[in-house]
Design a protein around this ligand. Structure first.
Ligand SMILES: Nc1nc2c(c(=O)[nH]1)N[C@H]1C(S)=C(S)[C@@H](COP(=O)(O)O)O[C@H]1N2
Ligand SMILES: [Mo]
Length: 211
């Protein structure tokens, strides 16, 4: 399979964002946030019952290869990575050093081969929740499809069997119970983005609500 060279370039650019200089220029606790030791549960109140065995993830939309994975095929094909990152919720709590284990969405996306004009994504979840991001934002090292938290299988309260983690954005962008990733050429607001939450959700710019 021939990989989209442009997509490889995008991944390289996304990796530059992890250079310490970018991280150190920002305070670790973003303005307006309070540190918590607990890990609160927040969602729409519907907890889908999906076991790891029946769980599947689709990649569709503006790609040359629409794909569907189950957990076993992910384990066979992709590296499992561990990452420790902070979590910032728009309701003003932050938690430091969450330990996740999972797959990198960019590895899966490489196989799907995004078309040149695919610039945005929507995460679709098993509770019908959606949230949107620029494609570039989910290519970074710390963005995971996590199936373990703190060395334990991810509990369903926190989005198990598999959830997205996007540490550099407010937590509503970290879709629990991930079901599919859709690629588009134009941006489409997700559940909260349609209801007044900020489209970009950068905690260091306090992008909580749209004007
Ligand atoms: N599928 C799904 N993902 C979701 C939500 C949701 O309602 N459904 N809520 C979001 C919100 S608003 C927050 S703050 C975080 C909370 O994650 P946690 O419950 O693990 O703390 O999940 C996000 N991901
Ligand atoms: Mo939230």
């Amino acid at each position: 399979m021939t990989f989209n060279k442009l997509f490889e370039e995008k991944i390289k650019k996304a990796q530059l964002n992890n250079k310490p200089i970018g991280k150190e220029s920002r305070a670790r606790l973003p303005s307006g946030q309070t540190l918590t030791e607990k890990f609160p549960v927040l969602d729409l109140g519907i907890t889908p019952e999906v076991s790891l065995n029946e769980w599947t993830l689709k990649i569709f939309g503006e790609v040359t290869h629409e794909l569907e994975f189950d957990y076993e095929s992910l384990k066979r094909e992709f590296d499992i990575v561990e990452d420790i990152s902070d979590f910032h919720c728009v309701t003003h709590w932050s938690k430091f050093d969450l330990k996740w284990k999972g797959f990198r969405p960019r590895d899966l996306l490489k196989l799907a081969n995004p078309l040149e004009y695919a610039k945005f994504i929507t995460f679709h979840s098993y509770d019908d929740y959606t949230t949107n991001l620029p494609l570039d934002a989910i290519l970074e090292d710390d963005v995971l499809l996590a199936f373990e938290f703190d060395d334990q299988p991810l509990t369903k309260e926190h989005g198990g069997p598999v959830r997205v983690v996007v540490p550099k954005r407010y937590a509503w962008k970290s879709a629990k119970w991930i079901k599919s990733i859709e690629l588009h050429n134009e941006d489409r607001p997700g559940f909260w983005e349609e209801r007044g939450y900020h489209n970009d959700a950068d905690p260091w710019l306090e992008q909580r609500y749209s004007e």
